[in-house]
Design a protein around this ligand. Structure first.
Ligand SMILES: [Fe+2]
Length: 384
């Protein structure tokens, strides 16, 4: 952190966390409200939607349902959900699910009250006035979307994952209940955990990072390193699930403030062209990006290695950086994440547009070491 530079930090909305936190939902709404629940079919199948609707019914709160969110939601899904909100006379939003459902709720909050298209708002069109408020109930531990002003909107026409950023869409309250993570499949737990770790590490290394986000990010790294394998092995381990839920949220509020880095800059086009999940894409690129970044801020890698539980006393910063990167690789191997595209059965093909999209994306701007297009191409190819 540069003592002569100006930094900023905003808090997210209210966070309520711990086993049984979902029950607080009843206190957040009154009988005049009519929230639209935005979710996906998997959440309904897992019985989590019923837990939410039972609480609303008990409290006499009417609600409407939009359950057609899919991974990497496209412009069309955002617009469809917003039309549903308007047609059914809703007054607020419950975002129930992973990052995709929470992101869609953020877009709906804007489009429910504003003319134009979601694509225009994702391109920076300003938002005025008060938006419908959002109660976020994450059912995975990874995206941190409940703590951010950011939504990822996929544009199928340009094949770009656009980043909608507006402080008006930060959820007013988030209920982080580890009991809702009990049925997360191991693969999803590992995927989303890798995303959370990438958020924590990339925001810690961000050029906009400062003492507040550094402290939170390092704690999140420590919590993820210590708990992800236990959580993947048994999502019903309430202590591990609770730590992962909170760490993912903490990492979210760090990147909401100071941005991300190259692993995310590469992960977005990789998700589009290789059809890999976002978490998996982050897991593929994070270790290589750390190697690329280490010479730019070696002292930060010493702190990452320590947070990862490595004994780096007496080691040079360079050797400690290697320990930090090894710790990340070891963690990903332990939870069964692949190291290469070929392990995933995906054939590598580098489209020039992938390099352009990564090079011009916002996360590339906050990365601690500037990467030229050829270096980005080499990082893409490094996980063939
Ligand atoms: Fe991410």
């Amino acid at each position: 952190m540069d003592p002569l530079k100006v930094y900023q930090y905003s808090n997210p909305g209210r966070l309520i966390f711990g086993p049984g936190a979902l029950a607080e939902l009843k206190k957040e709404f009154n009988v005049k409200d009519k929230p639209l629940i935005i979710t996906d079919e998997g959440v309904a199948r897992a019985g989590i939607l019923k837990k939410v609707t039972d609480l609303l019914i008990e409290a006499g709160i009417r609600y409407e349902l939009f359950d057609r969110v899919a991974a990497d939601p496209s412009i069309e899904v955002f617009e469809e959900a917003a039309a549903c909100y308007r047609q059914r006379g809703c007054t607020s939003l419950i975002a129930l699910g992973g990052g995709s459902s929470i992101d869609v709720a953020k877009g709906v909050a804007i489009r429910a009250t504003h003319e134009g298209t979601i694509k225009e708002y994702a391109s920076g069109k300003p938002v005025e006035g008060v938006l419908p408020w959002i109660c976020a109930i994450p059912t995975t531990a990874g995206t941190g979307s409940e703590a951010t002003a950011v939504a990822v909107v996929f544009d199928p026409e340009t094949k770009v994952k656009m980043v909608l950023k507006n402080s008006a869409v930060v959820p007013r309250v988030a209920l982080l209940d580890p009991l809702l993570l009990a049925s997360v499949p191991p693969k999803v737990a590992a995927d989303t955990g890798a995303d959370a770790l990438a958020h924590a590490i990339e925001s810690y290394l961000s050029l906009a990072g400062h003492m507040i986000t550094d402290a939170i990010a390092l704690s999140a790294i420590k919590m993820i390193m210590g708990n992800l394998p236990k959580f993947v092995a048994n999502p019903q381990d309430v202590a591990a699930a609770g730590q992962m839920h909170l760490a993912s949220c903490m990492a979210g509020l760090c990147f909401a403030n100071v941005g991300l880095g190259l692993a995310h800059a590469l992960a977005h086009p990789a998700g589009v062209y290789f059809h890999a999940s976002h978490g998996l894409s982050c897991a593929l690129y994070l270790p290589g990006v750390m190697e690329f970044n280490a010479p730019a801020c070696p002292e930060k890698f010493v702190a990452i290695a320590e947070a990862a539980g490595r004994d780096v006393r007496g080691l040079s910063a360079e050797k400690a950086a290697t320990e930090a990167i090894d710790a990340v690789r070891d963690l990903f191997a332990k939870v069964g994440l692949p190291r290469t595209l070929s392990e995933m059965g995906v054939e590598f093909r580098l489209e020039p547009k992938m390099v352009d999209d990564a090079f011009t994306s916002p996360p590339a701007k906050s990365n601690p070491r500037k990467a030229e297009p050829e270096q980005i191409a080499a990082l893409f190819a490094s996980v063939k």
